[in-house]
Design a protein around this ligand. Sequence first.
Ligand code: BG6
Length: 472
Amino acid sequence: MLHKTLKPFPDYFLWGASTSAYQVEGAALEDGKGPSCQDVKDIPEGTADLSVSVDHYHRYKEDIALMAEMGFKSYRFSISWTRILPEGTGEVNPKGIAFYNDLIDECLKYGIEPIVTMFHFDMPAALDKRGSWSVRESIDWFAEFAAVLFKHFGDRVKYWLTINEQNMLTLVGPVIGTMYIPQETDNLTKEIYQQNHHQLVAQAKAMQICHEMLPEAKIGPAPNISLVYAASSKPEDVLASQNYNAIRNWLYLDAAVYGIYNNLVWAYLEELDAVPEISQEDWDIMRAAKPDFIGFNYYNTATVAASDGTESLDPAADQQTSRGESGFYRGTDNPHLPKTEFGWEIDPIGFRATMRELYSRYRLPLLVTENGLGAYDSLEEDGKIHDQYRIHYLQDHIAQIQEAITDGVEMLGYNPWSAIDLISTHEGIKKRYGFIYVDRSDDELKTLKRYRKDSFFWYKKVIAANGADLTD
Ligand code: BG6
């Protein structure tokens, strides 16, 4: 559809950006924080460890002042479970509560709406020792944590996100350093989908508790959604794209919104003898919960062809690189799309297609919780960072949000990745996403000084014009 006139961004549109606790905070074991799976995992060679990250824990005031200078209306950050509950359950750490109280108050001081992710890839190490998401008790652990968050921060936080990228935890958990693998299992797929099921129920419970404790608050999931294209108009390729769309995307949102398992996913799990154990109580909890909006992360689309029966899951595939599964789909490159320096395809029009599809399937407002370009940036001698490539990426994607709004999609806000440079999930700080540059490398902490990138000044202008001027 070619629109003659584009609708403007709504006045309430939440322009901001995102981070996650373990990727920015540092202070990994400070002020009573317990270790999370991120603090005990093996660090991929050549990437930064997470003990200091970019020191947001000590520099959040300076960082939020810079976000305010850009005109942010929102800041999406996650709360570290083990800063609040060092053992995952039980005793609350008052210093952890104090830190997030201060962070929230600092945002509100500048009129920045805090958008809080409750869980972003950082399972408490103590709970991994107790079986992690494999065991049913994990549902209660998460519910306990959720209630603590709502009690302490619910007077000021209106937007909550449950689990960041549950679909990536399930599909590529080992690559992003989050997967708990029990020592004995003869069917890893079943084990993984049992963990996934417990997360679905835990999320539903958290949504229910939120609505009971905080009737004014809004809560939603935050999966990584990429529309999956068929590699050609061959009918078999179209079926494969439906398979992978269901496995990658719709499983998570059909469960969150309607409390059901997607039928194609169910058939897939039956084929693999991997249907999880589901109690009647689980169904009741899932059906009773309903999100108020859909938060989603978008980096690019995926493209698949029919399986030729030879595919196996590529153990190195990450969130956005192609994969295949014998009998279901075969990941391919999309010849129409360029790639980033880190091999992720770039597809702004696919962003619009994804928003259209999401809205027509679920009819809930959409909040973009991540989107962005990971690149090698360089700090010039004059203290400048000329990240034109990032400006272009963001321009093209924001333009597609306006197209989607004109298509009739209800959009709440745009919070790209990332507010400030941080440590990538598995590629270190050399892969930068921020509007704010941090002076450190993977092996050296350097000064940790903050610098405004060219994209900083550009985004400030975009926000001031409420998206009406995207030019650089
Ligand atoms: C998302 C995650 O998968 O993408 C973030 O929610 C992550 O935690 C971001 O950092 C970018 O991915 P990566 O692998 O480049 O860090």
